[in-house]
Design a protein around this ligand. Structure first.
Ligand code: HPA
Length: 246
């Protein structure tokens, strides 16, 4: 049976509607995950929840211990990870609040511990990452959106930047030339680490703002947070339906 974990991002540090039954502090060979794992029921289905940025949103994207997070989820038997991610919209027409399930990924991050395969620790493996997201889980999320009557964009390329600052206009122009539709700060190395441990991983991204230079003015954090607050109710609805059909 699928054991589903949700990694909540900016705007989803706690999963409203999740009836938490217990919390478990886990330690891993890579250190502590961002927060204790929360076990609970969402719409009657058992679920695990992990706040990527820690309780109270303390940990910036470049300092998240991605290895400990993914390793902890593997240790407790998670078979599927639904990652929630706030993103900036690069592709024209992507409006704040829009949900999108990316199917491709480009990593621009640096200096993050990004693999479990280090000298001496494991046999050396070069994972296949042609399709960085788990297609079965992506399809399931799209079906859930249809069932919940939520508008959703079924594919797109996520550009993962280093943060914590937002990008310059020229950086976004470059990402657009590279083919990125959305930009966020956490998909790498998270997605690759999940693949290394053979956990089915997909992202539900929510557009928090037009990316730099796409809205004609500076990006204001309070506006981004307000958009996420509104949009998260759709993410919750999607998750409620999704966990029921997995
Ligand atoms: N850039 C990078 N990450 C983000 C953005 C952005 O514009 N908005 C939300 N997360």
């Amino acid at each position: 049976m699928a054991k589903i974990a949700v990694i909540g991002g900016t705007g989803l540090d706690a999963l409203e509607g999740l009836e938490i039954e217990r919390r478990e502090s886990i330690s891993t060979p890579y250190g502590e995950p961002s927060a204790p794992l929360a076990y609970g029921q969402l719409a009657g289905v058992e679920l695990l929840f992990l706040a990527r940025h820690g309780e109270g949103h303390r940990i910036p994207p470049h300092q998240v211990n991605y290895r400990a997070n993914i390793c902890a989820l593997q240790q407790v038997g998670a078979s599927h990870i639904i990652a929630i991610a706030a993103v900036g919209g690069i592709r024209q027409g992507l409006m704040p609040g829009q949900l999108i399930i990316p199917d491709q990924l480009i990593g621009y991050t640096w200096g993050r511990a990004h693999t479990f395969f280090e000298e001496g620790s494991h046999p050396l493996v070069h994972i296949d990452f042609t399709e960085p997201y788990c297609e079965a889980l992506r399809v399931m999320l799209l079906r859930a959106a249809e069932m919940a009557k939520l508008a959703i964009i079924p594919q797109g390329t996520y550009g993962a930047t280093q943060g914590p600052r937002l990008e310059s206009k020229a950086e976004i122009d470059r990402l657009e030339r590279d083919g990125c539709d959305i930009v966020g700060m956490t998909a790498m190395p998270e997605a690759a680490l999940a693949r290394e441990l053979d956990i089915c991983y997909a992202t539900c991204a929510i557009v928090a703002n037009p990316a730099a230079g796409r809205a004609g003015g500076p990006l204001l954090m309070n506006e981004i947070v307000a958009t996420l607050k509104l949009g998260m109710k759709n993410v919750r609805r999607l998750l409620e339906v999704a966990v029921g059909i997995l």
